[in-house]
Design a protein around this ligand. Structure first.
Ligand SMILES: Cc1ncc(C[n+]2csc(CCOP(=O)(O)OP(=O)(O)O)c2C)c(N)n1
Length: 333
């Protein structure tokens, strides 16, 4: 990996992945898509309250990258993180229960949509304040070095967060102190309703890393294989060179910023154009063309996913609300 900016081009061959891995990518992306559609439905039925941001359209970026991490690595994310939590292995029922504000949730129902948390799986949140988790992720990377632990601190952020002061302070220190950190920007082109060109003087986020001499790469975030490949290479580089890397995944959210945003600031043509590059359909098409998948196998996956997502809802429904007597639990350490 060079210390200057590069753009990844071209398709990665299917042959580079085992059949099992390809099917796993297909299943996980299909699962996260259906899970998020169900979350939307549950929100409209008032089972879920507060803010709620979906990953629909970003499944390739999530599944491709998290599958390249080891259990030693730590994950920090923004508030758009249900898919990340599931891909990391938090049981979907536990994610849904958190959304329902139930005791069986990842944060015992105290956090909700924006605060999935599971330290045992090194899933360190779920952060609502834009950019606030970057210095915290860098602190984890510092701790990894200080204690001589294995692992890399992986920090997901939106492109909007790159305009926050903490982003620049974090990148500066990460390079200066050679921290084992991977910064992953999922660039979905909009910061709420503001297009990236209207908020960022440098809309290509990967170029910003060059200001801190951090190797960076822009990747097609709708292509799960390209994402996996780039993440794998980035992780190898961080482990070998003991320095941070920065990746920018170009993706698109097919829905509004949050479940209550109709997304009227985007043209229908633009949304349709991106939907042609749906990460699930793109992988399916390639697997079908290579005769690794057929209609029967696709509907079997869809049925399995349907049953599992319903089981997640059932788990959340059955879980109790936190007892009032526990109101002050987890407030002070
Ligand atoms: C410091 C701060 N300012 C403003 C907000 C309100 N806010 C929530 S999400 C968001 C847009 C962030 O966009 P981006 O970082 O691109 O992430 P995306 O939502 O696209 O995943 C804003 C301004 C906030 N949560 N925190």
């Amino acid at each position: 990996m060079a210390t200057t900016v590069i753009e990844t081009k071209g398709l990665i061959s299917l042959d580079r992945f085992s059949l099992e891995t390809l099917h796993q990518f297909h299943y996980q992306m299909t699962f996260i898509r259906r899970f998020e559609e169900k979350v939307n439905e549950m929100y409209t039925r008032a089972k879920i309250g507060g803010y709620c941001h979906l990953n629909v359209g970003e499944e390739g970026s999530i599944v491709g990258s998290i599958s390249a991490l080891t259990p030693d690595d730590y994950i920090y994310t923004s508030y758009r993180e249900h898919g990340h939590a599931i891909a990391r292995g938090i049981p979907p029922g536990v994610v849904m229960a958190e959304l329902f504000g139930k005791e069986g949730g990842a944060a015992h129902g105290r956090g909700g949509s924006m605060h999935m948390f599971d330290p045992g799986r090194h899933f360190m949140g779920g952060w609502a304040i834009v950019g606030a988790h970057l210095p915290i992720a860098a602190g984890a990377a510092f701790a990894i070095n200080y204690r001589g632990d294995a692992g890399v601190s992986v920090c997901y952020l939106g492109e909007g967060a790159t305009n926050i002061g903490a982003f620049h302070e974090t990148l500066n220190v990460a390079k200066l102190w050679k921290l084992p950190a991977l910064f992953i920007v999922i660039n979905n082109l909009y910061e709420m309703g503001t297009p990236v060109e209207k908020a960022s003087s440098v809309p290509e986020q990967y170029k910003k890393a060059a200001a801190y001499d951090i190797p960076s790469e822009r990747v097609d975030g709708m292509d799960v294989l390209a994402v996996h490949d780039a993440t794998q290479r980035a992780m190898d580089h961080i482990r070998r060179e003991r320095e941070p890397v920065f990746l920018e995944f170009m993706a698109y959210r097919f829905r509004g910023h949050s479940v209550i945003d109709p997304g009227r600031y985007r043209t229908e043509e633009e949304v349709k154009e991106w939907m042609l590059r749906d990460p699930i359909l793109m992988l399916r098409e390639r697997m079908v063309a290579a005769k690794l998948l057929d209609d029967a196998a696709i509907s079997a996956v869809e049925q399995r996913v349907e049953t599992e997502v319903q089981a997640a809802v059932d788990f959340a429904e059955a879980s109790p609300f936190p007892d009032v007597s526990t109101l002050f639990d987890y407030v002070y350490a």
